[in-house]
Design a protein around this ligand. Structure first.
Ligand code: NAP
Length: 263
């Protein structure tokens, strides 16, 4: 299926590793020019070089922390200057720490608010006016299945991603008339470094091996396994495409059937 991404310019936030990187690579493979960011310059360079090499597309990269509004502003301005347009923006960030409620400090709450919710606000504020000028755009937030079914010990994620979902659903209403669709993808357990870290913590708490934890996670999924980053990326690429022109305001789980709700 031709997704119609050729010639499109896509920003993918927090994309030096994991889901963001897989999304950037999928966009580039489908013909888009991509701009990626993350904090670690070395990982970012590795990711940009690898995507250029495997796809032959242009990759713009800039080191930044998505919790800084001024840095996001400068990055989006630099992408606009480099490519002359921004068609697609995928918001993403590292995951907040896994803790039980009484172990979460107020500082943890404030950090998670900046990391999870405000980072999406910062990108949306910068890209929507540019998309509006061209009367076309795709804003996609990577959230989590925790917005459909809270996950034990991930209270920060469970709470703040609900805020991102409310934000994106509201933007879908406000910017739909401008030719811009706004959607969320909700990954279930997907094998990235983030999941490795969470598995490590669970393994320690339960006195089990990491392998056993992955086996247990997979046992909760009707498909019997955790997901691969490229399986999430394929859905994001579809949402970013011409082919998804009538999909707006959705939160789509990519979780192998982990969430058991009807909708
Ligand atoms: P990951 O493998 O840990 O990758 C996170 C990426 O985000 C890295 O490139 C990291 O690079 C970047 N990043 C982190 N904090 C940043 C910041 N403040 N500013 C800029 N870049 C930042 O994580 P992942 O598994 O891809 O997860 C991505 C998101 O999806 C997370 O929010 C996670 O909670 C969520 N999620 C993941 C799963 C899963 O199973 N993997 C499931 C549900 C939801 P630097 O560290 O160099 O900045």
């Amino acid at each position: 299926m031709d997704l119609g991404l050729k010639g499109r310019v896509a920003i993918v936030a927090a994309a030096s590793k994991g889901l963001g990187r897989a999304v950037a690579e999928e966009f580039a493979r489908d013909g888009a020019e991509v701009a990626i960011c993350a904090r670690s310059a070395a990982n970012l360079k590795n990711a940009a070089d690898a995507i250029r090499k495997s796809t032959g597309r242009q990759v713009f990269s800039q080191e930044l922390d998505v919790t800084r509004a001024d840095a996001v502003h400068d990055f989006v301005a630099a992408v606009q200057k480099r490519f002359g347009r921004i068609d697609i923006c995928v918001t993403n960030a590292g995951g907040p720490p896994s803790k039980k409620f009484l172990d979460i400090s107020l500082e943890d709450w404030r950090n998670a608010f900046e990391l999870t919710l405000m980072s999406a606000v910062y990108f949306a504020r910068e890209v929507l006016p540019l998309m509006r000028q061209r009367h076309w755009g795709r804003l996609i937030a990577i959230t989590s299945v925790s917005v459909k079914q809270p996950i034990d010990n991930l209270l920060l994620s469970n709470s703040l991603r609900a805020g991102v979902t409310g934000l994106m659903r509201s933007l879908a209403n406000e910017f739909g008339p401008e030719g811009i669709t706004v959607n969320c993808v909700c990954p279930g357990y997907t094998l990235t470094e983030r999941l490795d870290e969470l598995a490590e913590i669970q393994a320690k708490n339960a006195g089990l091996s990491r392998e056993k934890i992955f086996e247990r996670l997979g046992a909760h999924v009707p498909l019997g396994r955790v997901g691969k980053p490229e399986e999430l990326a394929a859905v994001v690429a579809f949402l970013a495409s011409e082919r998804a022109s009538y999909v707006n305001g959705c939160s789509i789980a990519v979780d192998g059937g982990y969430v058991k709700s009807l909708l």
